[in-house]
Design a protein around this ligand. Structure first.
Ligand SMILES: CC(C)(COP(=O)(O)OP(=O)(O)OC[C@H]1O[C@@H](n2cnc3c(N)ncnc32)[C@H](O)[C@@H]1OP(=O)(O)O)[C@@H](O)C(=O)NCCC(=O)NCCS
Length: 163
């Protein structure tokens, strides 16, 4: 299997938004419900929203397996940390090392930029993903509830990886 990581820019962000729609509908509908998935996709993962995030300093990378788009990740460099905002692999491509390949790219970026840690938020009921993050070396730091408008909240753990 050939694995390639590419930067996402305004040229290929449309295919990332299309992939986000597939992954989010499948994975998050049982966890947060269809209405919140639709709302969050539109607010955070539509082509337009991601183009704005790219302008605001968010970086997106995409992973291709044998030339086919299989997942994507978003991160932002902050003063002392790399904020890992998104990490998603298509369901049929999970367990093949693609998530770890993107995480390793981000870990190397954080090291090159002399950051102290990587942190992320993950839904408290996203058990399998929490297990993956723990396996990668993240520790659960605290709980957080974030109001995202329209009566919806993100009910998350904050997990940290110390470099
Ligand atoms: C989380 C996710 C991105 C991981 O990607 P992936 O490609 O399946 O992960 P990998 O195959 O690279 O595995 C990463 C490591 O976790 C381990 N792992 C996988 N499933 C695991 C589990 N249930 N428990 C513990 N470790 C697990 C793997 O063995 C691997 O470690 P290794 O390299 O030491 O063997 C992917 O499962 C996903 O998209 N999940 C759904 C969406 C989601 O919840 N995203 C995160 C939102 S915050």
């Amino acid at each position: 299997m050939s694995v390639e990581i590419k930067n996402v820019d305004s040229g290929n962000v449309a295919e990332i938004a299309a992939l986000a729609k597939i992954i989010w509908n499948e994975h998050f509908t049982p966890i947060i419900g269809k209405a919140q998935v639709d709302y969050m996709l539109e607010k955070f993962q539509s082509e337009q929203a991601m183009k704005q995030q790219l302008k605001d300093g968010m970086k997106y990378i995409a992973v291709y397996s044998n030339g086919e788009l299989a997942g994507y990740s978003g991160y932002k460099l902050e003063d002392n940390a790399l904020f890992l905002s998104k990490l998603y692999v298509k369901s049929e491509k999970r367990g093949l090392g693609l998530g770890k390949a993107m995480f390793t790219y981000e870990l190397n970026t954080a090291k090159n930029e002399c950051k102290e840690k990587i942190y992320l938020t993950v839904n408290k009921h996203n058990a399998n993903t929490i297990a993956v993050y723990e396996h990668l070396g993240f520790v659960n730091a605290k709980s957080t509830v974030t109001d995202i408008g329209n009566g919806f909240v993100m009910d998350d753990y904050i997990m940290e990886y110390y470099i």
